[in-house]
Design a protein around this ligand. Sequence first.
Ligand SMILES: [Zn+2]
Length: 369
Amino acid sequence: MINKERLLNHFLEYVQTDSETKHEAAMGRRVAEDLKAMGLEVITDNAGETFGSDGFNVLARFPGELPGEPMLLSAHMDTVVPGNGVKPQIIDGVISTDGTTVLGGDDKSGVCGIIEAVRVILEKGLPHRSAELLFSIGEEGGMRGAKAFDASLLKSKCGYIFDSSGAPGKIIVQAPGQMKIDANVIGKRAHAGLAPEQGISAIQVAAKGVAAMNLLRIDEETTCNIGTFTADFATNIVPDKVHIFGEIRSRNYDKLVAQAEHMRDCLQKACDEAGAKLECDLITNYVSYKIEEDSELVGYLKRAIEKIGCTPLVTAGGGGSDANIWNQKGIPSVVLGTGMTKVHTTEETLKVRDLEDTARLALALLTLE
Ligand SMILES: [Zn+2]
């Protein structure tokens, strides 16, 4: 029932509209215009201002006559770098680039799939459920657009976020939360040759603190890593400052917090023993979520997936996405596969067939009785 040619052309146009994170304005204008041309009520916001972006989130309301609570259908408009000047090509039903940029199927496959489904419904006058269509910015930069979005504008009671690799049918029902640890170990500066005993080496203290930490794989649902350990002094100076920056992920919120506190405590102990000072921030970047497989949300989704002839595959995700933010803001949401592959690389591809199935799935979600 979907219009394959229109969908493909739409996708090719969107991927050729530059929208690297923080530069989503042109894409936002295009999406908003397209939705308005379809006769939908469109709302944009100032979310970009919160993280140095020229872009904005785009919300469209799509009231329907079928019974059921409104649902959120969402995908993000921004892409990773290098995402400008995409030259898409289609070989044997697979869309790729010339190898100099990402394709941006992450996540324009989701954006186009949702819009095509709505176009079909409007064109054919199909009865459908009420929905809110939300196209976000800044997802790749830490879900900044979703975080800044005023969720009180939404009436949806569940969310379907089209934004994962894996063929249509894949359902991510849980994903980890993430915290960051941002610490400075402050020692005491002294001349390393003339009076080293007057100094406190921040490098030595910080190293001792880090060495005492449990790091990397903590258990089956918890990981952590320190990515930055920075000090840069002359060799004749006892260093008085080290910057440490790391992350913790867990699908269990208590474990997430416990691991972050463990890392801070290790640094604190090393500082106390040496008479150094610790400045430490534990930042909750996003929290984990878990949707039960026997929930109505997943049950309805499975019926829609089966209706389009695909196979539901329920799984856990390893990273954060806008779904973490919607769950945090009180809208139970899952992430759906759109067929995108090798995302965040210049080898990214998308099968035309998967793009079509993504649109079919969005259509089924909106029209299932
Ligand atoms: Zn994405």
